[in-house]
Design a binder for this molecule. Sequence first.
Ligand SMILES: [Zn+2]
Length: 191
Amino acid sequence: MLTCLALCFHHKRFISRRKRFCFQSGLNVLIGPNGSGKSSLLKAIHRCKDCDRQEGAPTTYHYFNSEEMNPHKTHRYFKGFAGSVIRARSLFSSHGETLRDVLKSYRPQRGDCFLLDEPEVGHDLSWILKIRRGLDELARSGCQVIVASHHPVFWAKASVIELKRGYLQRSCKLMHRVTACQLPRKQKTAK
Ligand SMILES: [Zn+2]
């Protein structure tokens, strides 16, 4: 499990404000406006040799983004027998179904870290809820999950890391306004 990441010189330039990030077990969510560095942070965790990782124990990282889940591009990413099955199924599947197949094909080990970049892209709400349930299951099995997401479905009951201070507060206000606008007006009841 990843406990802290200290950014290298290169990544400090692309990620808002902070030089060091700490993570919890279970579900962690990175939030912030476009350009604040959420994707860069996930990539830094996944493969930067110069960023300094502190881990509770040796950790295997699994990285997913919507490009990899694109049913037309799976041949680039998934190899071996499990890869053949995913590639064949992806011919008839959506992004969400491909993501589900990929997650199913993993045998997660306790302490593994799953990194997902905007898993909500291209999905309707029912699929987003299914993905959330899948991630909760991974967390329950002892894996760590770090998601970069704009979707509030992933924010609830997660350890939220804001890349831009006040983003959560601003988003909640905005959501409240949208919800209030969409509520039907109270009908006056005739006496
Ligand atoms: Zn780095």
